[in-house]
Design a protein around this ligand. Structure first.
Ligand SMILES: Nc1ncnc2c1ncn2[C@@H]1O[C@H](COP(=O)(O)OP(=O)(O)OP(=O)(O)O)[C@@H](O)[C@H]1O
Length: 760
């Protein structure tokens, strides 16, 4: 059936897909209409097609199938539209005057002879032109929104696209929709390709292939590679686009000429060389890292005897006798602008950092400590007794618009460098190329940089394997700590971690105090055991809260993957209660429906994790009177918190992160959060928990490797319990193949240094 009326009030609007609930006033009645409206303004006059339905909670509604915004026919409706605020500078009173003058021809006159508006008192010629301009803009925008909707583009995105291109949009969509993926953040190759398909752009069009190549490199960077061997790139792109490799190859040259891609010869790992291809951003990131590292790596005069005497004094003062390698590390830190300190758990890295700090302090030097994540920085603070910050915080992250595209902007950079004599970074294995580039930019030669980490941990989530590449280049001083100290040797977590790393047998006889393996073969039984461990056994055993016991798993999917584990653990650890607010979580919210579609819920008290870097989210720390005492920007991938409040009225979820940092998430931004009763081993990097529980049954072989098991086990401070099949455990210990990362930093460092040498 058909209805018409004007939009009195928009009750709810999902700006992603246009789903809206509106209050519609027609001649006879006032009613609620629901449906998808790509474009909507209060005061607009609509012709709707649809049916009445009975909603269980809200009663009778008009379900809209299609609609059209039409110029209102009667004078009253026109007055309402003009006075609704849709046209800037026209309020209710002025709207009434305009309509009184032109009557039912108001809209016609405004469109065709806008200059006549100035016949009305209070409207100058200029204002008349402005009003007419706005009327036209509104019409253009509405038409563009409806046009873009036809290509499956969300309302939010359509607004962004229209803001960028205006009326050009029709030409761009028809000629080269791939340009949108280049110009607008939030539009990727897939969206552009879908538009292209609907427009009828040919599969082998130049634009499509060029865009596909860049997209394949971007995807590779998501897997941690900074570049790809040319044959791999061609193969992957051809497969993605469904075109022959030869058609792809032709475009490499033109993209290289435009400097969108960079080609470089690199070792193929078998003694020969192979052309590799970089995106411009990752190529220049690696190159500038190599140059800046070279510049930092100065030799500094330090007399051996003085170093020795001072070190002896520090050892005496702290009551710890350093071993040979640890002493060498401190001495090397005195003699070089750049130093790498690496070693596995319990090999005395922290003890060495502490000795360095005491030494530099005795020379009255300013020392900055930092780590890649909040949790790692907190641990560093506790272990050294000195304030450590996240690298992002040290570099003074700004929430500028440039950071929207996923890259951070920092106040500390080459123009405003860090004012420190010594900078020590812990957990270096987690630093990716982009963060490393930003860090080095903010450090001037003369400031000492000490990089500490364990190369055997999983590499950074972002692209690159900085620590490993730097060590392999043999271009910088490196001190390796290998001895496990007596105290650490009493821990089976540490001893077994080293065994795993060396690919040696681990005894799983449960005679340990901190390393257990519970043999179970049935996924449901394993789930029950994991729950019992988290809920009862572990908190008592290690004297910690339930929320401090972390479940780690290799996978996302499957009975023992993150998703299912979270569903089960939430049900038992934070069950529904009458006074505990909860909302649909997953897809319910964004579809604008009530969310009773079995996608799960988010509840006050839930343990959650931020799953991407958001440089613009604001946090604040409040005192007990609720007054903000500290504020800042940025919540990062892997940060964990607890849901403290859900406000359905303000459509906000409040989460408390470490150190009392409170963050409000608008409902539509909740896709940045995930339940975190269980997390993947990858996400646990850089964090430590009093006790860790690891279900281990099956999984894809490339993932189930030594590296992953080593990282998982070393996350536990006091106790590790693995539950599952010991054969899987054994297979992981034996699987020493790491997931391959294509990077060129090692060679870039070497070749840059050799050009500098030959220039001398
Ligand atoms: N020179 C030393 N003599 C005696 N004990 C030492 C020495 N150096 C370190 N230790 C002890 O060895 C243990 C591990 O040292 P530390 O915490 O510094 O290692 P780490 O490499 O930082 O370990 P993790 O990476 O697990 O934090 C500690 O109990 C520490 O007190």
């Amino acid at each position: 059936m058909k209805l018409e009326g004007y939009v009195e009030h928009i009750i709810y609007r999902n700006t992603e897909n246009g789903y809206s609930v509106i209050n519609l006033v027609s001649e006879e009645e006032e009613l609620t209409a629901v449906g998808i409206f790509p474009y909507l303004n209060e005061g607009e006059f609509l012709e709707l097609e649809g049916d009445y339905t009975e909603h269980p909670m809200y009663g009778l509604q008009f379900q809209v199938q299609s609609y059209e915004a039409v110029a209102p026919k009667d004078a009253l409706a026109m007055e309402r539209y003009l006075g609704s605020g849709a046209i800037k500078g026209v309020g209710a009173a002025l709207a009434a005057r305009i309509v009184r003058r032109f009557g039912s021809r108001t809209f016609e006159i405004m469109e065709r002879e806008p200059e006549r508006l100035s016949e009305i008192k209070g409207i100058s010629d200029r204002k008349a032109r402005e009003i007419a301009g706005q009327m036209e803009e509104k019409r253009d925008l509405r038409e563009a929104m409806i046009f873009l909707q036809d290509y499956g583009i969300s309302v939010n995105l359509a607004v962004k696209i229209y803001q960028q291109y205006g009326q050009e949009i029709y030409r761009i969509i028809k000629e080269n929709p791939y340009r949108i993926a280049d110009d607008i953040s939030g539009v990727g190759f897939r969206t552009a390709d879908e538009i292209a398909r609907r427009v009828g752009i040919r599969e082998d069009s130049d634009f499509r292939i060029r865009s596909g190549l860049l997209y394949t490199l971007l995807n590779a960077s998501g897997e941690g590679h900074t570049c790809l061997p040319e044959p791999v790139l061609l193969h992957r792109t051809a497969a993605l686009l469904g075109v022959p490799e030869e058609s792809v190859e032709r475009h490499l040259d033109s993209l290289s000429l435009d400097r969108k891609l960079i080609r470089k010869m690199l070792p193929d790992g078998q003694g020969g060389e192979l052309p590799f291809v970089y995106s411009a951003a990752s190529y220049y990131a690696e190159l500038s890292i190599a140059v800046m590292l070279y510049q930092l790596n100065l030799s500094i005069e330090a007399s051996d005897t003085e170093v020795r005497t001072r070190l002896a004094k520090i050892e005496k003062g702290s009551g710890i006798e350093l071993d040979g390698h640890q002493r060498e590390a401190v001495a090397e830190a005195m003699r070089h602008g750049l130093l790498i300190l690496t070693g596995g758990p319990g090999t005395g890295k922290t003890t060495t950092i502490n000795a360095m700090i005491r030494y530099f302090e005795s020379e009255n030097l300013d020392i900055f400590l930092a780590a890649p994540t909040g949790r790692a920085a907190k641990r560093m603070t506790e272990a050294t007794g000195c304030q450590a910050r996240t690298i992002h915080r040290m570099l003074e992250l700004t929430g500028g618009p440039e950071s929207v595209g996923g890259r951070a902007m920092f106040s500390r950079n080459d123009e405003n460098p860090l004012e420190a004599d010594v900078i020590i970074i812990d957990e270096m294995s987690m630093v990716d190329v982009y963060l490393m580039q930003a860090l080095l930019k903010a450090i001037v030669p003369g400031t000492r940089l000490i990089l500490v980490g364990d190369v055997n941990q999983l590499p950074s989530v972002g692209p690159g394997s900085i620590l490993q590449d730097m060590i392999r280049s043999e271009a910088f001083p490196v001190v390796r700590l290998t001895k496990i100290f007596r105290q650490a040797a009493e821990s089976d977590i540490i001893v077994n971690a080293h065994r795993i790393n060396r690919g040696e047998q681990v005894t799983l006889d449960n005679k340990s105090r901190d390393f257990f393996f519970l043999q179970r073969q049935d996924p449901n039984v394993i789930l029950r055991v994991v729950l019992a461990l988290v809920q009862e056994k572990m908190p008592r055993y290690v004297h910690a809260d339930i929320s401090d016991i972390q479940v780690l798993t290799p996978m996302r999917k499957g009975a023992l993957g993150v998703e299912n584990l979270n569903r089960v653990l939430q049900r038992y650890l934070n069950p529904a209660e009458k006074d505990k607010a909860e909302i649909p979580f997953g897809h319910g919210i964004s579809s604008g429906e009530e969310g009773e579609n079995g996608k799960g819920v988010l509840r006050v008290g839930d343990k959650v994790m931020q799953i991407r870097n958001n440089y613009q989210l604001e946090w604040e720390v409040r005192n007990r009177y609720g007054i903000a005492i500290d504020k800042g920007l940025g919540v990062f991938n892997g940060d964990m918190g607890i849901v403290r409040a859900i406000n359905s009225f303000a459509e906000e979820v409040t989460v408390e992160f470490d150190e009392g940092r409170m963050v409000s998430y608008p409902f539509k931004q909740m896709d940045e959060l995930e339940l975190a009763y269980a997390i993947t081993v990858h996400k646990s990097q850089g964090s430590e928990y009093p006790a860790v529980v690891i279900p281990l049954l099956t999984g894809p072989r490339p993932l189930m490797n030594r590296n992953l098991l080593y990282t998982a086990v070393t996350r536990a401070r006091s106790c590790v319990t693995l539950v599952g099949d010991p054969r899987t455990f054994q297979a992981m210990v034996e699987n020493g193949t790491e997931q391959k990362r294509y990077t060129g930093l090692c060679e870039t460092i070497k070749s840059y240094i050799s050009t500098q040498m030959s220039d001398l």
